[in-house]
Design a protein around this ligand. Structure first.
Ligand code: UDP
Ligand code: MG
Length: 140
């Protein structure tokens, strides 16, 4: 598999609980290189836009409130097979279903407050990276 990139956020409850360092360690230990990284707080509008694909889902309002409720850490990550390998590293959406050794198994609180985001395709990784980072903020 060719080297490619994915996008992640450490979500507000995980940042608030002090898991930023531990989660970042797991990401680096798994072989990902950080190409961009920042702490930021999303407005409700920005969180709503980021998750617009879920706007018809019953959990959308709660998701937008949660994701704009405190700082997140956004990152662009590079690795061979980055998108699929990162989804494997984070585990299932619901931590009750996440495998041992995954970030969500270790650090997620619930299906909603599940510690990390991971892009689901190369195309969305690019869109999501560009949503959060300008070209100058990304290392070669
Ligand atoms: N989510 C939720 N309830 C659900 C499904 C999803 O609150 O029943 C939230 C959760 O924070 C999840 C996000 O919405 O991470 C996006 O959902 P998706 O199905 O894309 O899950 P993911 O790709 O993050 O595993
Ligand atoms: Mg998703």
């Amino acid at each position: 598999m060719a080297t490619n990139r994915t996008f992640t956020m450490i979500k507000p409850e995980a940042v608030a609980k002090g898991y930023t360092g531990k989660i970042t360690d797991m990401i680096i230990e798994a072989g990902f290189t950080i190409k961009a990284m920042k702490l930021k707080q999303l407005s409700k509008e920005a969180a709503g836009e980021f998750y617009a694909v879920h706007s018809e889902r019953p959990f959308y309002g709660e998701l937008v409130d949660y994701m704009s409720g405190g700082p997140i850490v956004a990152m662009i990550l590079e690795k061979d097979n980055a998108v699929a390998d990162f989804r494997a590293l984070i585990g299932a959406t619901d931590p009750a279903e996440a495998a041992e050794g995954t970030i969500r198994k270790a650090y997620a609180t619930s299906k909603g407050e599940n510690a990390v985001h991971g892009s689901d395709s190369d195309e969305n990784a690019e869109i999501e990276s560009n949503f959060h980072f300008s070209a100058e903020e990304i290392v070669g």
